[in-house]
Design a protein around this ligand. Structure first.
Ligand code: NI
Length: 138
C-alpha cells in the first residue's frame, strides 16, 4: 500500500535537490526520495548485521598503474584480505589507467573496512563500495 507524505523544506535546499535529481535522471521527486531512503535502509541493514558473515558487496577502483608503487600496494592489500575476495576483474582502460571490480563476501564490518582501504588508498582516482542486499525489508 502506498502512503502519501508531505515534507517541508527550505526553498534553497529544494532547488538544490531538484537540480541534483534532474542531473541523475529522475523524472520525479518521489522516486528520488524512495531511492535515498532505500540506500539509507541498506546501510542500516549492514550496520545491524556487522558480525554476520554472509554479506556481499562490490568494490570498484580506478587507478594509474604507472603511479609509483600503487599497483603493488593495492595488490598487497588484496592478498592480505584474500579470504574476503571472491573474484577480481581487471580492465586495462587505456595506456595507463586500470579499472578493477572486486566481489567481496564476509562480515559486514570486514568488507566495509577493506572497501574503505581500497577506495581511500592514496592515488586511487575513483573508488566506490556498493553494498548488496537481498531486499527483504525494502
Ligand atoms: Ni591494467
Amino acid at each position: 500500500m502506498i502512503e502519501r507524505i508531505g515534507i517541508s523544506l527550505d526553498r534553497n535546499l529544494l532547488a538544490q535537490f531538484d537540480e541534483l535529481i534532474a542531473e541523475r535522471g529522475y523524472v520525479n521527486r518521489s522516486e528520488a526520495v524512495r531511492d535515498m531512503i532505500r540506500e539509507e535502509l541498506i546501510k542500516k541493514e549492514w550496520e545491524d548485521a556487522a558480525d554476520h558473515s554472509d554479506r556481499i558487496a562490490v568494490a570498484t577502483i580506478v587507478y594509474d598503474h604507472d603511479s609509483h608503487d600503487l599497483a603493488h600496494r593495492l595488490s598487497h592489500l588484496q592478498h592480505d584480505h584474500h579470504s574476503l575476495i571472491i573474484s577480481t576483474t581487471h580492465v586495462h582502460m587505456d595506456e595507463t589507467n586500470c579499472l578493477e571490480v572486486l566481489l567481496l563476501k564476509g562480515a559486514a564490518k570486514d568488507i566495509i573496512a577493506l572497501g574503505n582501504s581500497l577506495t581511500s588508498t592514496n592515488g586511487v582516482k575513483m573508488g566506490k563500495l556498493t553494498l548488496a542486499t537481498r531486499g527483504d525489508r525494502l
